[in-house]
Ligand binder design. Sequence first.
Ligand SMILES: Nc1nc2c(ncn2[C@@H]2O[C@H](COP(=O)(O)OP(=O)(O)OP(=O)(O)O)[C@@H](O)[C@H]2O)c(=O)[nH]1
Length: 291
Amino acid sequence: MTIQWFPGHMTRARREIQDKLKLIDIAIELLDARVPLSSRNPMIDEILLNKPRLILLNKADLADARTTEKWMAYFAGLGHTSLAIDSSTGTRVNEIPVKVKQLLHDKIEKQILKGMKPRAIRGLIVGIPNVGKSTLINRLAGRSIAATGDRPGVTKGQQWIKVGTEMELLDTPGILWPKFEDQLVGQRLAMTGAIREQVLNIEDIAFFAVKELAKRYWPELVERFGLTTAPPSDLDDADEIVRVMEDIGRKRGCLVSGGRVDLEKASGIILRELRAGNLGRISLESPDDLM
Ligand SMILES: Nc1nc2c(ncn2[C@@H]2O[C@H](COP(=O)(O)OP(=O)(O)OP(=O)(O)O)[C@@H](O)[C@H]2O)c(=O)[nH]1
């Protein structure tokens, strides 16, 4: 689901998360492993302040494993512990309570030293729309709980979901906004399907996708679509990208009268297969780009 975010919504979302922070021991920041920077809220450090934090690179099943490793090293460099997971199948999700306990080790020790029986660790999942918050909550809870489509501003009673015996989660995640002002962020999120096609034109999104794929994953493109065309000689030449899109369209029989390629149809195919992971595991951002 895509939400329209206005400055007022952002302020309210931020306040709602900060109210919830008072109730919890740790924030669990969910990012999309394919686009960890673009799926990251630009104000996250200011919002979470000094709350202990675990970063989860979700949808790791769709991302390039080597690039995900690099992202984990990148976040370690910023002082954050991270874990790559797949909430849809549950891969490595059971490591979350373990990591959380490690991160709060000192606090738990202090409680024990004071003779207190440590209570369950309380966590809050935060992330931008479509990053997988509800899927993860349901996975951790072992049953279907989170109302997908929960929106900021809709108050309801706080409920704690038990995750094993030592952890509890707030049932409603904190919804954050992405970095809208950066056009590249919008394009990358659109490629993953996090931003609806109504906002950006489908052919434009597929154009960006083919450009990115030609840059890093040309062999995967050739293999998936059986391309016979040469790679673009200049990635900044729009005609060269469209030539590849047309070849994809021809290979998939997206033709209109006169033998022209139906680019809209071809675009739909490209995006659907990219998002479903049919081209292989693809990361659209790498820490190498930041060098
Ligand atoms: N392949 C894959 N898909 C996932 C994973 N986690 C979530 N998804 C899919 O991503 C889509 C969005 O997941 P949600 O759990 O609804 O995301 P959300 O963050 O709660 O979204 P909002 O309700 O819009 O805030 C759904 O189609 C999920 O099935 C994952 O680890 N791997």
